[in-house]
Design a binder for this molecule. Structure first.
Ligand SMILES: CC(C)(COP(=O)(O)OP(=O)(O)OC[C@H]1O[C@@H](n2cnc3c(N)ncnc32)[C@H](O)[C@@H]1OP(=O)(O)O)[C@@H](O)C(=O)NCCC(=O)NCCS
Length: 168
């Protein structure tokens, strides 16, 4: 993750391939995340979400934003910072979805971060389902194996309406 920030992030950003934001604490970089536009095929959603959307959407693909990279400095992990920052990222993407159509947030996460993402409301894509019953084995054997997940901003809207009706 550090290598990406050092070697590639600025170049990618200059080409508008993706955008990286730094997380600062007392003037020091303690993490970063990278976002880019994405598109998902609705047939790749899990069965429940697919059945929910298939009759509503005239489109086979729907717009999304991908959280391509997300890292917190080891010194600051496991104190709830990742959860807090992820919720701010989701809220800021939700804000943008009031101006640009965005239905989902997607993540190609490392297996070792799978529990972190699912605890924070992300759902694995259908193709990942067979990996789920051996997730602990995968985390042990290949912690950086990619697992793709998504977050539905429409459900988030309902959640925000309940929790923060003044915000909507
Ligand atoms: C994944 C990552 C961003 C999570 O950040 P984090 O700051 O550690 O996240 P949190 O502290 O909110 O949550 C991490 C764990 O701490 C626990 N936790 C949350 N708040 C806590 C608190 N106040 N005290 C103790 N533990 C806490 C959570 O339950 C979570 O447990 P889990 O591993 O079982 O999910 C970070 O570990 C990281 O940078 N990893 C390396 C890069 C990476 O894997 N990125 C994701 C792939 S793109």
């Amino acid at each position: 993750m550090n290598e990406y920030l050092r070697d590639d992030a600025l170049r990618h950003q200059n080409f508008k391939f993706n955008m990286t934001s730094l997380i600062l604490y007392q003037g020091q970089v303690i993490g970063y995340f990278t976002l880019l536009a994405d598109l998902i095929e609705i047939k790749k959603l899990n069965m429940y979400d697919y059945n929910k959307i298939i009759f509503k959407s005239p489109f086979k693909t729907l717009p999304a934003v991908k959280l391509a990279r997300f890292a917190i400095d080891k010194k600051f992990t496991n104190i709830g910072l990742g959860t807090e920052i992820l919720s701010r990222i989701l809220l800021s993407i939700y804000d943008k979805s009031n101006y640009i159509g965005i239905r989902y947030v997607t993540v190609d996460g490392f297996a070792k971060a799978f529990n972190f993402y699912t605890k924070n409301g992300l759902i694995p894509f259908k193709k990942e389902e067979q990996k789920l019953n051996k997730i602990n084995k995968i985390i042990k054997k290949d912690p950086e194996k990619t697992i793709s997940l998504y977050f539905d901003l429409y459900n988030y809207k309902k959640f925000l309406m309940l929790l923060m009706p003044y915000y909507i």
